[in-house]
Design a protein around this ligand. Structure first.
Ligand SMILES: Nc1nc2c(ncn2[C@@H]2O[C@H](COP(=O)(O)OP(=O)(O)OP(=O)(O)O)[C@@H](O)[C@H]2O)c(=O)[nH]1
Ligand SMILES: [Zn+2]
Length: 334
């Protein structure tokens, strides 16, 4: 799955031109580089985790204008001590396994990659207050399927409403789900969520007020301090909660990436023929589709219609798939 996007998603990082630019003695080489992972990005400065400690770094020239995003595995040279005022240099970005893009907007017409290498996309939705917004859930699912990330619905505020109505919309797609309750009587059991996050890198998305910060703080009791550290390192003294950041779960049980301030996903790059690859049972039924068939409901001779007519396909599943296909179009904020 993850290989599917490698062609468009791997930005090509320019290698140092060893032949045209002779190495000087004091110029670091890749041989000296150490591995790091990008924890957060703040105005051109990157906080990395290198060997379990935090290191500030900037991009080095060989990377040119190519982006470095949260979740990137990088190679770093220079001062990787993490001491106050130290600054290392990122010389290489390891090819990404997955990417998540934010939507284009008036300020920036490009759908930029904001997070890489996550293998699970957790769509955090309140069961009430605020009401669930199925179109946003659908768009997040499209982003997950397209990127080859496993989706997970995390339904918060279980004290306020029953999950059944919402779940009925997603059952035929087979989307896994967990329910959480972090306020009110009997609140606080995160066993099931932790189980789902274990050993994975999960990116959490959700619109304002759904309880995502409450959840992150419950999962990583040090989250506030961790994020505080990130920002004390940048010297800006205050957490501007508009950038994604990576946190390790207690017990080294996996990683989560919170995405405050991310308003929507860019889905313009999603090709219908790729979305169906996330549903192999349905894909099988599209083998005889006319060339260029998007498998949407408006297609005159789509194999999915035949499969429904012959009883081979579950009509709910086909309908849900087509709903996702349609959700791809047009932008929509969280
Ligand atoms: N009833 C109920 N309220 C909750 C629960 N979890 C969180 N809340 C409340 O929901 C409100 C929003 O929670 P936050 O964690 O700040 O939500 P958020 O998704 O991070 O929202 P932003 O900070 O705006 O991005 C707060 O008043 C929380 O106390 C829950 O399980 N049940
Ligand atoms: Zn078709």
């Amino acid at each position: 799955m993850t290989g599917r996007y490698s062609e468009h998603d791997h930005e090509h990082y320019e290698r140092p031109r060893r032949r045209t630019r002779p190495r000087t003695k004091d110029r670091p080489t890749y041989d000296d580089a150490v591995d790091g992972v990008v924890v957060t990005v703040d105005r051109g400065r990157f906080t990395l985790l290198v060997d379990g400690h935090r290191v500030m770094a900037m991009k080095s020239r060989p990377l040119g204008r190519k982006g470095v995003v949260v979740g990137d595995r990088v190679r770093v040279v220079g001062d990787t001590s993490g001491d106050d005022g130290s600054l290392a240099r990122i010389v290489e970005v390891v090819p990404r396994t997955t990417t998540l893009r934010r939507t284009a907007d008036d300020d920036d017409p490009v759908e930029r990659v904001i997070v890489s290498n996550a293998d699970q996309l957790v769509v955090v939705t309140a069961l009430a207050d605020p009401e669930p917004r199925p179109r946003l859930i659908d768009r997040a699912l499209v982003a997950a399927y397209d990127a080859g990330m496993a989706p997970l619905l995390c339904l918060t505020k279980a004290d306020l409403a029953d999950p059944e109505t919402l779940l009925s919309t997603y059952r035929s797609l087979g989307v896994p789900w967990v329910v959480t309750q972090l306020k009110g009587e009997g609140a606080g059991d995160l066993t099931e969520v932790r189980e789902r996050l274990r050993g994975r890198t999960s990116v959490l998305v959700g619109h304002s007020g759904v309880g995502k910060s409450t959840l992150v703080n419950a999962l990583v009791p040090d989250a506030g301090r961790e994020v505080g550290i990130v920002n004390s390192v940048t010297g800006r003294g205050r957490h501007t909660s508009t950038s994604a950041y990576l946190l390790e779960l207690p017990g080294r049980d996996g990683w989560i990436i919170d995405t405050p301030g991310i308003r929507s996903f860019g889905l313009a790059h999603v090709q219908p023929e790729n979305l169906i690859e996330a549903f192999p049972d349905l894909e099988e039924m599209t083998e005889d589709c006319p060339r260029g068939c998007t498998h949407g409901s408006e297609e005159p001779e789509c194999g999915l219609d035949e499969a429904v007519a012959s009883g081979e396909a579950d009509p709910d599943r086909v309908e849900s798939f087509r709903r996702l296909l349609a959700a791809r179009e047009g932008a929509s904020d969280w």
